[in-house]
Write a new protein. Sequence first.
Length: 584
Amino acid sequence: MQVPKPQDWDALRDTGTAHLAAISGMHVLMMGLLVSLVAGYGWRHSSVLMRVLPAPTSARIAAVAGAWAYALLAGWGIPAQRTVVMMAVVVALRLGARRWPWPLVLLLAAVAVTLLDPWALSQVGFWLSFAAVGLLMLSGQQPVSTPDLPWRQRVGRALHGGMRTQWVAWVGLAPLSLVFFQQVSLVGLLANLVCIPLFSLVITPLALLGLAWSGFWDWLTPLIQCLMAVLAWLASWRWASVSGAMVLPWASWLGLLAGGWMLAPVPPRWKLLALPGLLFLLWPTSLTLPLPGPPAGHVQILAVDIGQGTAVLVRTARHALLYDTGPRTSPTSDAGRRVLVGLLRGQGIRRLDTLLISHGDIDHVGGAASVVQALPVAALLSSLEHGHELLSVPDRDGRLPPHRRCEAGQQWRWDGVLFEVLHPSSADWAQWASGKRSDNAMSCVLRVSPSAAQDGGRSVLLTGDVEARGEASLVQAWGNGLASEVLMVPHHGSHTSSTPAFIEAVAPLVAVVQAGARNRYGHPHADVMTRYQAKGIAVVRSATCGAWVWRTDMGPASEAGRCWRKVAGGYWRTPLGPQDEVSD
């Protein structure tokens, strides 16, 4: 069997079937049942063992033991823990000739999992797992078809029960999906109606049997390939999934209560009262977002904690630009997939007006393909060479973003905010064509100035990996016109950049260094940091600050800029001191 590709996981996520491909409670339960059948068969054929313990009792104990052993091999995740604990509780009750209500069994399992791992409460899987089981148990409270009915009626009742179960699970888990993942699949109901029986009755049993004979896995390969092709087709639908945004706690709880009300035993017309609560999750506003966008005439900068690389989200009142996309660490893992796509969705950004790639180094363009595939991208601006692989990647709508090379003199205005490309010049492009310029030397330098006519000094300068020669060209061309309140430090603080003349011309209040902690390049270089500190410039490092956020309407960057690790670091983090957050 082949290892799933990132595109396969995207298709599973967008169709709401990712839970079937993970090590879930269903797999653990089926392994327990398989061990139970084998143990029960062997026990019934031994007169000696039958005298020691009845066969049904031994089969139940074997089911728990088999499920526990498989759960350990599978990593002992929250769904596996919940399944094993619930099986143990049910078996213990049956051995004691007792029958508890299912809510009490579920509660006991939750308490046991929490006692085993108190941090499980902070995991999304804990809440999704127990919510899913609770909803399925709730949906199962219905009359069971009697054997004396005709087979057609029994099949009809079974199909009706299965559809009702899927409907309850889809409606009940949709608010949780929006709260935790800012996404809900609209085709999930259809996909799960087909995939759950297929996984339960065919794929999972054959996969488990493959542990004994690998030939079963060979049988599965064409089936899974066909299934993934169908799911990828479903995921490609325009409205396959709906994205929301990360919202404040009060809006999250209101949405969850609305989802619960949709399942309440009330008349259908009363369930419409839940719709306004769900709208807070689907259409976030400045009242519900923890990090709302800026008003007209102002700009918001989010320097992402991306590790060793660059990624800066620039937002105006109604537009968004992403400057670089961080590194790619392997063919299947990059910063776009791991960080940026979730960040953009969490901020309620459903479309990028411009994706600007400063140059072709892997720590700047590494996550770009994942970002383009996840969102509609209106324009692509870069210094990438002709034929670069990114230029042939279609966006979420299946269209190739129109591309143009960045060149000094380009400018546009969004919502009263001026965007200007300062580098490279046409002369740089001519020299690059003859092989006299490196990729770093061709870095696109962007200046963002809110309400330029009035607040030109509040500019933000994004520099990519421009080095000393490029900095000299900028100083020669612009002089003190480079002055900006915030400077994204060139080349992650490398000793090849941040020349004294360049720092003097820009004269920032805050210099932001995006570099990985303990990176092998030694960024930022100590001599470079000394130059900034000698000028009294506050230095922010992503390795200790996390994401750095600033809005031009919130005061000077040195006072209003926020380290996200300090704002929302969680109780387990040691509070940052001033020397860790910003160094002067």
